[in-house]
Ligand binder design. Structure first.
Ligand SMILES: Cc1cc2nc3c(=O)[nH]c(=O)nc-3n(C[C@H](O)[C@H](O)[C@H](O)COP(=O)(O)O)c2cc1C
Length: 144
């Protein structure tokens, strides 16, 4: 069992990193393997919606930091996404990351679901799955 904690905070060692570290420590206490990833360390170009990934099943528009993260994400059993709240929303780093997960979606379903449900681990019929699996992901929004 491997869980990756992904920080979308531009600020090193801030609240998001601290809370994510605590969550990963709890996961490790339960015996699972953990890895901490900071999106600050990866160049991630925002998705342009070219839709090539629907055919190519990976992003062939950009060859950037996401190609270092795709294998990690596919191998992981769980993801914890941590982001500060910036103007009532996730940070640009986290948004670019989530949008660039588009190639990992199963497009077999035409069921309309909000993008954020992508990670919710729904096992209902017709749910969109990440990497073909109904992975569970915990999302943490950090604010004052
Ligand atoms: C540009 C910017 C926008 C923010 N917008 C919000 C907000 O809308 N709501 C909120 O509660 N906090 C907001 N905050 C506060 C941060 O979410 C909060 O300080 C957070 O803990 C910072 O996380 P960090 O320590 O990982 O950087 C904002 C901070 C910044 C820098």
């Amino acid at each position: 069992m491997k869980v990756i904690g992904i920080s979308g905070s531009p600020r090193a060692g801030g609240n998001t990193d601290t809370l994510l570290g605590a969550l990963l420590a709890g996961v490790a206490d339960e015996g699972a393997g953990t890895e901490y990833v900071s999106l600050r360390s990866y160049a991630i170009t925002p998705c342009t919606g070219c839709e090539r990934c629907r055919k190519d099943l990976t992003c062939t528009r950009f060859f950037d930091g996401m190609h270092l993260l795709y294998p990690k994400i596919e191998e992981a059993d769980g993801l914890i996404l941590g982001t500060p709240t910036y103007n009532y929303n996730i940070t640009p780093e986290m948004k670019a990351f989530i949008d660039r997960l588009y190639p990992l979606l199963s497009f077999r379903s035409r069921t309309a679901r909000p993008v954020f449900e992508l990670f919710s681990g729904s096992r209902q019929k017709g749910a969109r799955l990440l990497g073909g699996r109904a992975d569970k992901t915990c999302r943490a929004g950090i604010c004052d």
